[in-house]
Design a protein. Sequence first.
Length: 184
Amino acid sequence: MSQELNNKKIAILVADGFEQVELTKPKQAFEEAGAQAHIISPNSDRVQGWNHYDKADFFTVDVPLDSANPDDYDALLLPGGTANPDQLRTKDKAVQFVKSFFDAGKPVAAICHGPWTLVEVGALKGRTVTSWSSLKTDLENAGATWVDREVVEDNGLVTSRNPDDIPAFNAKAIELFSKQPVTK
């Protein structure tokens, strides 16, 4: 077991409708690299994943968004799924939670539809990103340069297109997160 993320705390922010594999595979990789990964959600007890357009498993919420403190975390993961970021970007508390990572210079990883939430945060201007292709116009309108690549890192933000990119996404996120000092 690798220990690149030893003692790091990773926040995983999701609402119902997240793409399940975009939470489970990165979470597993982060934990295998020595991190603690906490599921944070506007839901207080459990949150439901999806496998594309089909409802999938429920996951226990480790920390409800209402009581989550971004200062307790070293990095942030934003899984995709169309319903998940669409809900998160309409919740002021979620937008502020994500924005606080950028304000503090902490790394963020967003995959597939995950970058959609970043439009509301105002964190895309001047960055090169990738995502699910249908977000291209939204991300460009928010000031990003959109590219069709497996994984992109730009100034503390890692993005990928879809579940097929998860291995490259995980590797790049772990590399970036490992450089972040551990939050006390």
